[in-house]
Design a protein around this ligand. Sequence first.
Ligand SMILES: [Zn+2]
Length: 159
Amino acid sequence: MSTDHHHDHGAQDDERRRFVAPDSSRRHHPAPDADEARLAELYDAALDDCRPCQERLLALVAQDAHATADLVNWACVITGETYGEIPDAVLEDDREDLFPEPFRQLAGTYQDHFMACTDYEAMLPQCSAMTDGQRRQAAAAAVALVVGLSDFGIDFPFQ
Ligand SMILES: [Zn+2]
């Protein structure tokens, strides 16, 4: 499916676009450049509030355990840098609307493993074991989290 427009990361003066998609080059199996570009476009589509592109890109990410792990990992890194750790509000089950079960599982794995720098490797088999629907839930929550944290003006649930 193609679209007639593109969301790009070129708006340098837009403070909300300050996050960049994760650099996977340090990993044993780096993500292809196209995957990183896809995550960046998903972020931009979410910032631009473009629902068709978000749906299209989320569907692609949901088919791919690596891409899902990359995306959730990215959200966890930004969350960790913002709060110093993954806040309990992200890990507990009372905000299922914001943080569905598949996302919480992965965020918990991140929390348990990031100190040892094995977070991505630990998240990957979990993502592989999920259904497309579960990966989509995790990916959508991750994008929403990245977008929420990119905008200081937004009322975030655990500020
Ligand atoms: Zn779009």
